[in-house]
Design a protein around this ligand. Structure first.
Ligand SMILES: NC(=O)c1ccc[n+]([C@@H]2O[C@H](COP(=O)([O-])OP(=O)(O)OC[C@H]3O[C@@H](n4cnc5c(N)ncnc54)[C@H](O)[C@@H]3O)[C@@H](O)[C@H]2O)c1
Ligand SMILES: [Zn+2]
Length: 434
């Protein structure tokens, strides 16, 4: 079975070479052909410009804070392209949101935890200087267990009762649960209305709000019902992280670390040096980590929006991780915690296969430990549990489980079913009792 190879970031390759990008690009994906069209080259080069902007350990310059100019990362999807605004105090800049509101009606979807913290601020940002806009809100219960049809219907109930028309805008204010659910509501209400994401967790700011995957859970499986639906913009106000619990913050860092491992060695090295600043919630360090994560995700999504190959590499550690989430019961381990343990297992398997060296495996363990994330699955997980849960993973094709594994120097991975199964058994036996 052929494997898909994810190389270091395409844009680095392009800009550092004067040779033909087509000849030199080491990415062997069907999706990569699209990348070589003229348009894609231009946009990837533009992304590269911002991606390579200096990575100061931490920028404390007062002028930066005073100007409050957002960093902008563009997600390049043709006529569905959109900006991600990143910075401190962005909810105090009404013009950023208001330029993406088309009609006069807005509905903010949030939850019982986030509403008391940020709903008033968001309503002000939507209405200040713009009295023609009226804002409704739906405040849902907080938790993954509420990401379901019943709460989706509450959004529709409120929208229909309020007679929202096709020119209305749905605004998701919260973490990934609210973003996924509100996005799916926006995708299906009147067959699709304007949608804005205001992510307030690290997980949502670096991952779930970008790329257009929306949906809800079914009692028989997570994220089983949904749609690809892109927002008009994503507004990341890094100040919202000040109220986030430590455990949630660390959970999001698992996805930040993932980007470094699969495609951005330089970013991983920056994280190794700056993890203490991230854990201390240093705003400049966070702004940089979010920007760089969004750039990586935006680039992958631009190349492979509907996950025909490359986008699957964003799931490093997720196959083992989903097995842990399912095995221990949803809500016991946070998504990022399960992904962290899953990443250690995927790295261990890559090492058993001889695809990476000892040092890289150690560095992964060290950085996850430093980020206060788990380094192994819970003791209750058995080999049998992993095998039976992973057998129904979405990435099984022709009876073979395809995994994202590291291969080569830091920043390289493969998405493949072509591996010696003994290595998988060795990893499972190393981490589980039976
Ligand atoms: N669409 C995608 O591409 C994608 C990618 C990754 C994850 N997801 C989904 O995202 C969800 C997980 O997202 P999450 O980790 O953000 O969880 P979450 O949405 O449950 O948020 C975590 C907790 O933090 C609270 N919270 C949010 N913002 C806060 C703030 N600023 N201050 C204080 N508390 C705050 C929430 O109320 C919740 O209790 C899962 O449902 C997962 O399937 C989707
Ligand atoms: Zn994830």
């Amino acid at each position: 079975m052929a494997s898909s190879v994810c190389s270091p970031r395409h844009s680095l390759f392009l800009s550092s070479s004067t040779k033909s990008p087509l000849r030199d690009c080491p990415v062997r994906f069907p999706a990569c052909n699209a990348f070589h069209s003229r348009r894609r080259l231009v946009s990837a080069t533009r992304l590269k410009v911002s991606a390579s902007s200096p990575a100061p350990a931490v920028d404390h310059s007062p002028s930066r804070a005073a100007s409050r100019a957002p960093t902008v990362v563009e997600v390049d999807l043709g006529n569905r392209s959109y900006p991600i605004y990143i910075g401190s105090g962005l909810l105090d800049q009404p013009e950023l949101l208001q330029r993406h509101i088309h009609g006069k009606r807005v509905i903010v979807v949030t939850n019982t935890t986030v509403a008391p913290l940020y709903l008033d601020k968001t309503v002000s940002a939507l209405t200040d200087g713009n009295p023609n806009v009226s804002v409704e809100s739906v405040i849902l219960p907080d938790g993954e267990q509420f990401k379901n049809m019943e709460n989706l219907m509450r959004i529709f109930d409120k929208s229909i009762e309020s007679r929202l028309d096709r020119r209305c805008t749905f605004v998701a204010l919260g973490g990934g649960v609210i973003g996924d659910m509100c996005g799916y509501a926006a995708a299906s209400y009147l067959r699709g209305v304007n949608f804005i994401q205001i992510p307030t967790t690290v997980m949502a700011q670096v991952d779930s709000s970008v790329g257009g995957k929306t949906g809800i859970n079914h009692p028989l499986g997570k994220n089983m019902i949904g749609a690809f639906y892109q927002p008009q913009c994503v507004l990341v106000d890094t100040d919202t992280l000040n109220t986030l619990p430590d455990r949630e913050l660390a959970s999001g860092l698992a996805e930040v670390i993932k980007y470094g491992l699969i495609r951005d060695a330089e970013f991983f090295e920056w994280q190794e040096k700056n993890m203490p600043s991230l854990l201390a919630r240093d705003p400049s360090a966070f702004a940089y980590a979010i920007k760089r994560s969004c750039e990586n995700k935006a680039e992958v999504v631009s190349l492979d929006e509907k996950e025909s190959g490359l986008r699957a590499t964003l799931n490093l550690g997720h196959t083992f991780g989903h097995a842990i989430e399912t095995g221990v019961g949803y809500g016991q381990w946070l998504h990022g915690e399960a992904v962290a343990a899953g990443t250690v297992m995927a790295v261990d398997m890559s090492h058993h296969l001889g695809w990476i060296d000892d040092l890289l495996a150690q560095r992964v363990g060290n950085i996850l430990k430093e980020a206060k994330l788990p380094n192994a699955p819970p003791k209750t997980m058995t080999v049998k549990m992993f095998k039976s849960i992973m057998a129904v993973d979405k990435k099984v094709a022709d009876g073979r489980l395809r995994l994202i594994l590291l291969k080569g120097p830091l920043g390289n991975c493969v998405f493949t079913g072509d591996y010696d199964k003994k290595a998988l058994d060795e990893t499972l036996n190393a981490f589980c009792k039976s």
